[in-house]
Design a binder for this molecule. Structure first.
Ligand code: SF4
Length: 400
């Protein structure tokens, strides 16, 4: 991020903090927070059990279900479904970005239509395609820059006016969606006992994707909870912390393909919504992750508070997994080197992220533990090697 983008990001964070103040001080939010903390801890502790239950329930509900151990397996499952298509559509999803689906499909000559405005802007940005926040990916770009990016992509000069940009992108996306039969989304929470996928959005784009002939949902196994009630609690808290509102514009709950039995009670799939729903439960290192790393509900509060993130932006993070918790997660999704390159040693261990986190993720403790592994694997700042050598040879880090 350049200095102008960092400045825009900090202004956006300030506005977000002002907007959230009232709801975060509401005693109801505090109660919800305690409930969700327990839900997340229990869910992560019982992940295997929930996984088995979810697979069983999805199948009973008529949803095709796969467990993908890694990114390559998830890509292959998706490819087998979309291989005959020229264009497929998607919504914003960190899990979809995690497996590099856009690049994979582009290499196979399949066009991927991004429907989320913020994510579309970020992906079209020629200089840097990384998001700045999990819910507001483009909040580091000012309207002038966004108008330039969209003008370039649509081949027409656009005024730097948010409504004009929104209307033009909407028209373009709707036209592209008319060519699609398959929609790919993530999910904010998975209710194992009910076999239900819960998705949250404000734009209405996910609702459109759920109406495609085939709806593919790629979701990390860390999103599993027991019941729909638990899922709703999680997404309400996520919304409060991420946007400062009590409830998002849309909550989609998908528990089966679209169907009707209105004629002679004969069951037919695919009335208005998806004829086929496929859920891919992604492991990709989550089973080996430190449990506290999986409590996260993806609200982004930690990066808003983080002094390092405010200074350097998404240099401190891996893809959509931003800040200290994101860097910790990258060790399990990828490896020690990725975590080191994503800023494992940038963290000051100040602990502000944990104070701001609705589920009290102990990020600095995670970072400290991972630095031990990273050091053993040979990934540590060069200066550490020099200091170690100095202490050994002269008893002082400064080599007196
Ligand atoms: S670690 Fe906590 S504050 Fe950061 S995104 Fe996850 S839930 Fe939100």
């Amino acid at each position: 991020m350049n200095s102008k983008e960092l400045e825009t990001m900090r202004i956006s964070f300030k506005k977000l903090n002002e907007r959230r103040m009232e709801i975060l001080n509401d005693p109801q939010t505090k109660k919800l927070q305690e409930r969700v903390k327990k839900i997340r801890e229990d869910s992560v502790n019982n992940m295997e059990e929930l996984l088995e239950m979810a697979k069983k329930r999805f199948e009973e509900n008529g949803i095709e279900v796969f467990l993908a151990e890694n990114d390559q397996k998830a890509l292959n499952i998706i490819y087998n479904i979309v291989k005959d298509e020229k264009t497929v559509s998607k919504s914003k999803s960190n899990t979809v970005s995690e497996i590099d689906l856009a690049k994979f499909l582009t290499d196979k000559n399949i066009n991927l239509v991004e429907t989320d405005l913020g994510d579309r802007i970020v992906q079209l940005n020629p200089t840097d395609k990384r998001p700045a926040h999990p819910i507001g990916p483009a909040l580091h770009l000012n309207v002038k820059k966004i108008a330039e990016i969209i003008s370039e992509s649509l081949g027409q000069e656009i005024e730097p006016e948010p409504r004009i940009i929104m209307e033009l992108v909407k028209a373009n996306v709707i036209e592209e969606l008319s060519k699609c039969k398959i929609g790919i989304t993530g999910a904010n929470s998975v209710a194992a006992e009910d076999g239900s996928l819960v998705m949250v959005h404000n734009e209405g784009n996910i609702s459109l994707l759920t109406l495609m002939e085939t709806h593919i949902v790629l979701v990390g196994i860390d999103k599993l909870v027991s019941t729909i009630e638990d899922s709703i609690s999680v997404i309400k808290l996520e919304t409060a912390y991420a946007t400062g509102t009590k409830i998002p514009s849309y909550i989609n709950v998908i528990s089966a393909p679209s169907k009707t039995a209105d004629i002679e009670k004969r069951l037919l799939n695919g009335m208005y919504g998806a004829k086929k729903v496929v859920v891919i439960l992604l492991d990709n290192g989550r089973r080996d992750a430190l449990k506290e790393c999986l409590w996260c509900i993806g609200c982004g509060s930690c990066i808003v508070a983080c002094p390092v993130y405010n200074a350097v932006g998404h240099e401190f993070g891996y893809k959509g997994y931003l800040g200290g918790r994101g860097v910790a997660m990258s060790k399990f999704i990828k490896n020690e080197k990725t975590s080191f390159d994503s800023g494992l040693y940038m963290c000051t261990l100040c602990g502000l992220c944990t104070l701001e986190c609705p589920v009290s993720t102990p990020t600095s403790e995670l970072v400290e533990k991972l630095r031990i592994n990273s050091q053993k694997a040979g990934f540590y700042p060069k200066a550490h090697g020099v200091i170690k050598k100095n202490i050994k040879s002269s008893g002082s880090p400064f080599k007196s």
